[in-house]
Design a protein around this ligand. Structure first.
Ligand code: HEM
Length: 405
């Protein structure tokens, strides 16, 4: 006569390495098939036919909508008798250690390449300096590229990949993003100096930092050690913050990435440099209200300026400065423009619609406040640079930024 029993041992380990970073979920179960083996009905002994230890390794980015799930090696089937349970448990602990040491996300580090590629940061800086001196528009272009990289799938260089129509870079929300050639140039110089060491994701973050300082903005240190992502999918960029979003949508989309209302203000202030195509102005100037008409938050003094540069049915590719009067200088002038109805982009104007964001904007003009726009911008962009970073086995180092090796 036989009967079954089941012993389940479940282990759960969660390793939370960094905010918005990776976590490890490990579950194991041991099931023992337990039945009588004796031909005699009087004596019963236990035979343990199966001990299953199943490891699920699930890694993901807490702030991202698409959690990656890998079911790793992971299947260990043992047929051991119950008295060997300690051995099984020991093996299990060993496996946990191996798995976590292999895939554990290590925090980013300032000077990550100081030993493996000591010239990494200066190589990037030289390439960016050269690009900006031959085309000053490259400073805002590279800053924007960093934001677009980070906001979809984390700062992992996913926007650089060219894998046909479904490439993330072709997403509507990434329209007009440029600077890929500069990143690729830096990458090929780095590959010539220290092959297979510096990630494209780090190059993007460093290039943005250099772009800000070349536009006379603050200088700051960038922690490195990001690895390049393994996914590029146009659908992942479906929910990008949009120029026509309400302040509630903008706040929610930023919050979703671990960024606060204050970060939303400071990062939007990146529009202190650069230009927008009239394409992004049409709705704000001519179709904002249900029956047509302009966004009422535009100052009546500024509206004719905008409509003359972007006439109705005019060329949507004409570009205009986003920080009227100071588009080459990285400064808080844009916040002043937002306060007085001189915002160019609708999403910048929306910062005045909400008490929280409005008070952050105002804080930089309050003589009694100790807030420093430059210092706070640095805090926010450094924070943005940590969104969903991949380290360890969650990413790799590409040889070319536009392709998965
Ligand atoms: C709040 C959400 C945001 C929206 C809706 C938004 C939207 C836009 C739009 C429509 C443009 C014009 C693009 C073109 O015509 O080529 C633009 C340009 C730009 N954006 Fe944003 N942006 C946002 C956040 C950010 C952030 C967080 C950064 C950087 C930290 C950034 C940096 C830039 C820069 C530097 C440009 C100028 C690019 C150039 O001159 O080519 N933006 N943005």
């Amino acid at each position: 006569m036989s009967f079954r029993s089941c012993i389940a041992v479940c282990g759960y380990t969660s390793i939370y390495n960094m905010p918005n970073s990776s976590w490890l979920f490990l579950r194991s179960s041991l099931v023992t098939d337990h039945h009588s083996s004796s031909s005699s009905s009087t004596s019963t002994s236990y035979h343990h036919h199966y001990h299953f230890s199943v490891f699920f390794f699930i890694s993901g980015i807490s702030s991202e909508k698409h959690r990656q799930i890998h079911i790793l090696p992971l299947l260990l089937i043992m047929a051991l008798p119950l008295h060997q349970l300690p051995i099984i448990m020991l093996g299990l602990c060993f496996s946990v250690t191996m798995l976590s040491s292999h895939s554990e996300a290590k925090p980013l580090q300032v000077g990550f390449y100081s030993e493996t590629c000591p010239d990494a940061e200066s190589i990037v800086r030289n390439v960016v300096t050269h690009a900006v001196s031959s085309d000053p528009n490259m400073a805002p272009v590279l800053l924007r590229l960093h934001y677009h990289d980070c906001i979809v799938e984390g700062c992992d260089g996913s926007i650089l990949i060219e894998n046909g129509k479904k490439s993330e870079k072709n997403a509507f929300g990434h329209q007009g993003v440029r600077g890929f050639d500069v990143i690729e140039r830096a990458k090929s110089e780095l590959e010539a100096t220290c092959p297979g060491v510096v990630s494209c994701a780090d190059i993007v973050a460093l290039a943005a930092r250099d772009a800000v300082s070349l536009a006379n903005g603050p200088s700051y240190r960038v922690a490195t050690g990001r690895r390049d992502g393994l996914v590029s999918d146009i659908a992942l960029a479906d929910d990008m913050p949009d120029v026509s979003d309400s302040i509630f949508q903008l706040k929610a989309k930023f919050r979703n990435k671990g960024l606060s209302d204050k970060d939303l203000v400071l990062l939007s202030a990146a529009h202190t440099i650069g230009t927008t195509a009239c394409f992004f102005m049409t709705r704000r100037l001519y179709n904002f209200m249900p029956g047509g008409g302009a966004d009422p938050s535009i100052s009546p003094r500024f509206l004719p300026v905008l409509t003359s540069r972007c006439p109705r049915d005019g060329n949507v590719n004409v570009r205009l400065a986003m920080d009227e009067g100071s588009e080459r200088e990285f400064d808080k002038h844009i916040l002043e423009n937002i306060r007085r109805g001189f915002a160019v982009l609708a999403s910048d104007a929306r910062l005045g619609d909400d008490e929280n964001t409005r008070s952050v904007v105002n804080s930089y003009f309050d003589p009694t406040s100790a807030s420093s726009f430059e210092a706070d911008f640095v805090d926010s962009i450094v924070k943005m640079g940590h969104i969903g970073v991949k380290t360890g086995s969650l990413g790799k180092i590409r040889r070319k930024c536009s392709s998965f090796n």
